[in-house]
Write a protein that binds this ligand. Structure first.
Ligand SMILES: Nc1ncnc2c1ncn2[C@@H]1O[C@H](COP(=O)(O)OP(=O)(O)OP(=O)(O)O)[C@@H](O)[C@H]1O
Ligand SMILES: [Mg+2]
Length: 252
């Protein structure tokens, strides 16, 4: 479904060029659940933003269902992006709006802009939004201001909003980083459920190695912009993990 080919990302900074992603090659089949791990600055967020078409790579391609999304005209890119759900560490909800209105925002990509601006959603949009709220167990909170909910609930609203897009790909950048361990598991379970029930492909950046190993089908480890491991959670060895986090070097 997703073919990443010879992907390179270089940022040109005041201090000179900064190579953030180097020769990334990955195939991600439909329905996969990939956890991207690696130290801070390894390039994980940059990689996710490239999959979403937010960033155009310096060289290389990202082919999704046969189309290279790095070379799309603006309109086509917008069309692609509405099929991609994105969940952030900071939830990114609109605080003054209700839970339901936030989830309805997931439908905006399907409305003509003027209808979206006026909040003129159709019946189907309401049905889909309510369905997703139900699935994250927050139907009873649809009229509550979203900032009155707990952090874990807010992240579930963000997941419901992303699911209301009826995405084929769900990207999550540290979705549990602001949550306590219990709520983190809840978020991971929710993602797994959508992955299993809807077949939506999940790619998630996550620092918590235990959660990555427990919930992902596949681990991709980035070290200084390169993929140093790509395989099952079971086969990820202590050695690779030590090297990834440069533990030996830290102790030396
Ligand atoms: N737009 C940009 N311009 C210049 N440098 C950037 C830009 N975006 C990211 N970087 C740099 O690229 C490197 C990788 O950043 P990235 O955010 O992808 O890392 P990460 O693996 O997600 O780290 P973390 O775990 O801390 O979130 C960092 O050195 C960062 O400062
Ligand atoms: Mg990051």
């Amino acid at each position: 479904m997703i073919e990443v080919r010879n992907l390179n990302q270089t940022f040109y900074t005041a201090k000179g060029p900064l190579k953030v992603l180097m020769d990334i090659n990955l195939d991600i089949p439909k329905g996969d659940f990939v956890a991207v791990i690696g130290r801070s600055g390894a390039g994980k967020s940059t990689f996710l933003r490239t999959l979403n078409g937010l960033l155009i790579p310096t060289t290389g391609s990202v082919v999704v269902n046969g189309t290279d999304i790095t070379r799309l005209p603006k309109r086509e890119l917008q069309k692609y992006r509405r099929t991609v759900g994105f969940i952030f560490q900071q939830f990114n909800l609109v605080n003054r709006l209700s839970t339901l209105d936030n989830v309805l925002h997931g439908r905006l990509g399907y409305l003509p802009t003027w209808r979206g601006l006026l909040g003129l959603y159709g019946e189907a949009d309401y049905r889909i939004a309510r369905q997703q709220l139900e699935r994250v167990d927050l139907a009873a909170k649809e009229n509550a201001r979203v900032d009155s909910l707990s952090g874990g609930q807010q992240q579930r609203v963000a997941i419901a909003r992303a699911m209301a897009q009826q995405p084929t790909l769900m990207l999550a950048d540290e979705p549990a980083a602001n949550l306590d361990p219990v709520l983190s598991e809840e978020v991971m379970r929710t993602l797994r459920r959508f992955n299993e029930q809807d077949g939506v492909t999940v790619v998630i950046n996550i620092h918590a190695l235990d959660l990555a190993l427990k919930y992902a089908k596949r681990i991709v480890a980035f070290k200084r912009g390169r993929v140093v491991y790509d395989g099952s959670p079971e086969q990820l060895s202590e050695e690779v993990v030590d090297d990834l986090y440069e533990r030996k070097e830290m102790l030396a």
